[in-house]
Design a binder for this molecule. Structure first.
Ligand SMILES: Cc1cc2nc3c(=O)[nH]c(=O)nc-3n(C[C@H](O)[C@H](O)[C@H](O)COP(=O)(O)OP(=O)(O)OC[C@H]3O[C@@H](n4cnc5c(N)ncnc54)[C@H](O)[C@@H]3O)c2cc1C
Length: 374
């Protein structure tokens, strides 16, 4: 018999397994339906080019949470990578999020911060309202029609497969606009970088403990034979666990298409957005730029990965955070309250978008609760 059973070897499951095995010295079985550890943070080496890539999309570690930073640094060093995003509109490259360079380039101007602020007021004047009913309304009120149409409208349409007129205004709150030339995507975050030896090495270290038994390629359901002494911790989607008893939660998914090129550098940076509708993909990733410190950076080979939004609910990426889905998720959560020796967490079970630091922080908090109750 095991003490704990953890379903899922992503950050939520692996951090809890490490804490329980290391601090409480209890036995843990970790199972995952995939053939690898690490959940969506899994990194792998492309054998033909020798370039490490993030299998489920580029992951930049960034945090201002000192507990998370101290914790993760026990398992990896980070390189000095600073994330920058660019956007290709009508064959020209612009900086993202929208900053002074983006505004000056698009409008062919040379404004300073004060002039740009006055300019923005002028171009947004006709879009000011008391109440914004949807994403498009709100976006235009902040950046005007030209910036919105160039960088936001069609990107959003491709990402969510919905006209932004039918998306809630609350989503737009998340896009920063800068009236300076700062191009550091996570400018307000205290620490950022890419794990020097990749994310998978972190998971190997987290799970490398004689108290942890790992079982891959194994799908958990409620008939699972192993019943732990203390607790089952589930990190998958709740609707799937309960055989869609109350209905299916909607998710937006992604597909990735890899291409190998015999050149040193395709795009000069790790991620470029493609907002125009003439491209079906939304981004191109070039993972060698995440590790400029590696010798493979200098070789005459590169790997690029096109990212296509998709509706495949079997590969859940982004929750559709509307009223219908939130209510359905609450229903599943309430139903599971009656389960004994059972708990859940992580991005899939909570039906939430969590950055990695949020996921690690949530797992560390859950561990403190478990420690108290054991
Ligand atoms: C495209 C994309 C890009 C991202 N980029 C960043 C970024 O740059 N920076 C950042 O901080 N965060 C980023 N994130 C967020 C990051 O991926 C999450 O914070 C993290 O993966 C959450 O870990 P988790 O353990 O909750 O879930 P997951 O990593 O999804 O792990 C859950 C695991 O549970 C397993 N599982 C589920 N159900 C079952 C079952 N029934 N039986 C067995 N196994 C099961 C799954 O196979 C999976 O391995 C990004 C997310 C996405 C979607």
């Amino acid at each position: 018999m095991t003490d704990f059973l953890i379903i899922g070897s992503g950050f939520y499951g692996s951090v809890l397994a490490e804490r329980i095995a290391n601090v409480l010295k209890k036995k843990v079985i970790v199972i995952d339906q995939r053939s690898h550890i690490g959940g969506n943070c899994f990194t792998d080496i492309d054998k033909k080019t020798g370039i490490e890539y993030h299998v489920y999309g580029t992951h930049i570690f960034h945090t201002s949470n000192v507990k998370v930073w101290d914790y993760i640094n026990q398992f990896t060093d980070f390189n000095n990578y600073r994330h920058q995003v660019l956007s290709r509109h009508k064959r020209k490259i612009y900086q993202m999020p929208i900053n002074l360079e983006t505004i000056n380039s698009l409008f062919k101007k040379n404004l300073n911060p004060k002039e740009a602020s006055i300019f923005l007021k002028k171009i947004t004047k006709t879009f000011q309202k008391k109440d914004y009913k949807n994403f498009e309304d709100k976006a235009k009120s902040q950046i005007g029609n030209k910036l919105y149409s160039a960088f936001i409208k069609n990107y959003t349409k491709k990402q969510w497969n919905k006209d932004p007129k039918y998306l809630p205004s609350s989503i737009f709150n998340r896009l920063p606009i800068r009236l300076n030339y700062n191009e550091d995507y996570y400018e307000q975050t205290q620490w950022q970088g890419i794990p020097k030896y990749g994310y998978t090495e972190i998971f190997k270290k987290l799970l490398n403990n004689k108290n942890i038994k790992l079982i891959l390629n194994k799908k958990y359901d409620l008939n699972f034979k192993i019943k732990p002494k203390y607790l089952t911790i589930y990190t998958g989607p709740l609707d799937r666990l309960l055989n869609y008893k109350f209905g299916k939660l909607d998710w937006r998914s992604l597909k990735f298409k890899k291409k190998r090129l015999d050149i040193n550098d395709f795009q000069g940076t790790s991620v470029i957005n493609y907002p125009d509708l003439s491209y079906k993909f939304t981004r191109i990733h070039e993972p060698k730029h995440l590790h400029p410190e590696r010798s493979v950076f200098k070789t005459n080979k590169t790997l690029i990965i096109e990212e296509y939004p998709s509706n495949n609910v079997n590969e859940p990426y982004y929750p559709i955070n509307d009223k219908k889905n939130r209510e359905l998720h609450r229903k599943y959560k309430n139903y599971l309250k009656s389960f004994t020796k059972f708990t859940f967490g992580g991005r899939l079970a909570d039906y939430a978008y969590y950055d990695m630091d949020m996921t690690i922080s949530a797992a560390l908090k859950k561990f403190e609760q478990i420690k108290k109750n054991i």
